[in-house]
Design a protein around this ligand. Structure first.
Ligand SMILES: [Mg+2]
Length: 146
């Protein structure tokens, strides 16, 4: 369980009470609050600020799909860099694009496996589709080579 965040409160130059909200924005309370009211305010628990986490690893809604998108983007980045070097492994900054692509494909395969496992996807259906596509791609490739 996450510990609640305590607010940091200070007095403004005008004598008001400046308090942060759960989002980290400061608010000034004007007037002359009672000591008890100020103490109650200081003692309040503020829940940690965090995104909903939906679609991320650990979320309740499609866990891992956010990671899948991230890794797809990283594979696409490596592929686009290979295109920009006319297929040469060495990128302008010295990065070995072949090695980086291998690493990002590994990350993507892990994201796919995690997504499939955690969301109970039909892996037999995925495998059958993959087999059909691979056969088709190989057929296309052979057709272009003749
Ligand atoms: Mg990655």
């Amino acid at each position: 369980m996450t510990e609640p965040v305590r607010s940091k409160t200070e007095w403004s130059e005008r004598g008001g009470l400046v308090v942060p909200d759960a989002g980290g924005e400061s608010h000034e309370i004007d007037g002359n609050p009672t000591v008890e009211a100020v103490q109650d305010f200081l003692d309040r628990e503020i829940p940690p600020v965090k995104g909903s986490g939906d679609f991320g690893i650990g979320s309740m809604v499609w866990p891992g799909i956010g990671k899948l998108l991230e890794e797809m983007g990283e594979v696409a980045q490596m592929a686009s860099k290979l295109v920009s070097t006319d297929g040469q492994d060495a990128y302008w900054d010295g990065t070995n694009l072949r090695e980086e692509l291998c690493g990002e494909i590994g990350d993507l395969l892990a994201a796919i496996a995690f997504l499939s496992n955690e969301n109970h996807l039909d892996t037999a259906l995925i495998q059958a589709r993959m087999d059909r596509k691979l056969t088709l791609f190989e057929k296309w490739h052979k057709g272009k080579q003749t």
